[in-house]
Ligand binder design. Structure first.
Ligand SMILES: Nc1ncnc2c1ncn2[C@@H]1O[C@H](COP(=O)(O)OP(=O)(O)O)[C@@H](O)[C@H]1O
Ligand SMILES: [Mg+2]
Length: 362
C-alpha cells in the first residue's frame, strides 16, 4: 500500500568531496505528489537514488511509513528490492525483445502471485496508462511516449509503496512531453500512489506537483505548493529560477511585518513583500516576474514612469524591456497586438504583493 515518505537531514558526499545532497529534510504524505525542481547537478537524482536504496547516504534518515530504510548512523540500509519502490527513468527502460504485456508482467513473476492475479493486475495497469489495445505488440513498435507508459505501468503493477520518477519526459519530443505531462498527474492520482518526481522543468513541476521543492547546490531552498512558490518565493534563487527575470539593486528604508519600502538606484521608493528580517539600510534586490510588471496606471502604490527600450513580439504576447527605477525591468503583456513602440513612455505598476525584495546574496 501507498506509504508516507520521510527524509531527515539527508546528506550524500561522493569521494569528490563536495556534498551532492546537503542536509535535505522533507516528508511526503500518503498519496501526495512532490516534485524536486532544480538546475542540472543540484542533487535531485542523488536524493532519489538514496530513497530507492541505490545510493548509500553519508548521513541522515529515510523512512517509509515510519520504517527506517536508510540510517547510516544506526547501520540500517534496506536493499532496494526490499523497499518495494517503483521507479521510472529518463531512458525508456523497457525490454526490447518482449511485448507490452510481457514487459508489464515481468516484475510480478518473482512475487509468488497466482496466474489469475497477475493477469488482472497487468490488465489494470495497462488500462490505467491507456495501452490495453497494445498489449500484444512488441515494445519496439511503440512511440517514445508509449514506451514511457509501458515503463510507468511496469513500475506500478506490483502496487509499490512509493513511485520515484526521474525526468521521465525529457527524452520525448515537445508535443508528446506536454501530453504525457498532463496525463501523468491524472494516472498517478488515480492509483493513489505516493510519488517523488524529479525535473529541471518548472512547467512540469507546476502541472504535476501537489508541492514543489526547489533545490540548489544540494540544498532544499523551499518546499511549497505551486501557487505559494510562484507568489511567495522564499529567496532570490527560487524567484529567479521560477522566472523573476528582473533583479534590481535597492536598499531597505522601512519595514512593517512582511512588507516594506526599498529605495531604488534612482531614489524612488517601492513597496514590496520581503521574507526574513532584513535590517534597515541593508542592501537588497528587487525581484519582478514579467507577468507581474503591469503596463498602465492601475491607481494605488508603486506606479512609475518607464521607457520602452526594446520589445520582443512573440505572436500571442509581447515582452517589453523597460528603463525604470534606475535599472532594467521586463514586462509581459498578453495579446496579439503590441500596444507600445520602442522609445514610448509608459506607466508601470508593480503590485506590492507580487514585488519581492530579498537580502542580497553575499
Ligand atoms: N557517482 C557519483 N560520483 C561522484 N559525483 C557524483 C556522482 N553522482 C552524482 N555526482 C555529483 O553530485 C552532484 C549532484 O548530481 P545529481 O544528483 O545527478 O544532480 P541532478 O540530478 O540534480 O542533475 C553533481 O555535482 C554530480 O556531479
Ligand atoms: Mg538528474
Amino acid at each position: 500500500m501507498s506509504a508516507e515518505l520521510a527524509i531527515r537531514d539527508l546528506e550524500k558526499v561522493f569521494s569528490t568531496g563536495k556534498p551532492a545532497v546537503d542536509g535535505v529534510s522533507f516528508t511526503i504524505a500518503k498519496g501526495e505528489i512532490v516534485v524536486l525542481l532544480g538546475p542540472s547537478g543540484c542533487g535531485k537524482t542523488t536524493t532519489l537514488r538514496c530513497v530507492a536504496g541505490l545510493e548509500h547516504p553519508t548521513a541522515g534518515e529515510i523512512s517509509l511509513d515510519g520504517d527506517l530504510v536508510s540510517a547510516p548512523a544506526k547501520g540500517i540500509l534496506t536493499p532496494p528490492r526490499a523497499r518495494n519502490i517503483g521507479m521510472v527513468f529518463q531512458s525508456y527502460a523497457v525490454w526490447p525483445h518482449m511485448t507490452v504485456r510481457q514487459n508489464v508482467t515481468y516484475p510480478l513473476r518473482t512475487r509468488g502471485m497466482t496466474r489469475a492475479a497477475m493477469t488482472a493486475a497487468v490488465a489494470e495497469a495497462l488500462d490505467l496508462v491507456d495501452l490495453a489495445a497494445y498489449a500484444d505488440r512488441p515494445v519496439t513498435q511503440l512511440s517514445g511516449g508509449q514506451m514511457q507508459r509501458v515503463a510507468l505501468a511496469r513500475s506500478m503493477v506490483y502496487a509499490p509503496r512509493l513511485l520515484l520518477l526521474d525526468e521521465p519526459l525529457s527524452n520525448l519530443d515537445a508535443q508528446l512531453r506536454l501530453r504525457l505531462r498532463d496525463d501523468l498527474r491524472r494516472i498517478i492520482k488515480r492509483t493513489g500512489l505516493t510519488a517523488l518526481y524529479v525535473t529541471h522543468d518548472q512547467q512540469e513541476a507546476v502541472v504535476l506537483g501537489d508541492r514543489i521543492g526547489v533545490m540548489q547546490d544540494g540544498k532544499l531552498r523551499q518546499m511549497a505548493t505551486p501557487a505559494d512558490l510562484y507568489n511567495r518565493p522564499a529567496d532570490q534563487f527560487v524567484a529567479e529560477f521560477t522566472g523573476a527575470a528582473s533583479m534590481l539593486p535597492c536598499r531597505l528604508v522601512r519595514r512593517e511585518g512582511e512588507f516594506g519600502s526599498v529605495e531604488m538606484a534612482d531614489g524612488r521608493r517601492v513597496e514590496a513583500w520581503m521574507p526574513g528580517a532584513p535590517a534597515i539600510g541593508a542592501a537588497m534586490v528587487l525581484a519582478i516576474r514579467p507577468e507581474n510588471a503591469l503596463l498602465g496606471a492601475a491607481g494605488g502604490p508603486n506606479c512609475f514612469t518607464a521607457r520602452v527600450t526594446s520589445l520582443r513580439y512573440q505572436g500571442t504576447q509581447t515582452i517589453y524591456e523597460l528603463d525604470a527605477l534606475g535599472g532594467r525591468i521586463e514586462a509581459l503583456e498578453l495579446g496579439t497586438a503590441a500596444r507600445h513602440a520602442e522609445g514610448a513612455e509608459v506607466s508601470l505598476t508593480l503590485p506590492p504583493a507580487l514585488t519581492w525584495a530579498y537580502a542580497s546574496l553575499p
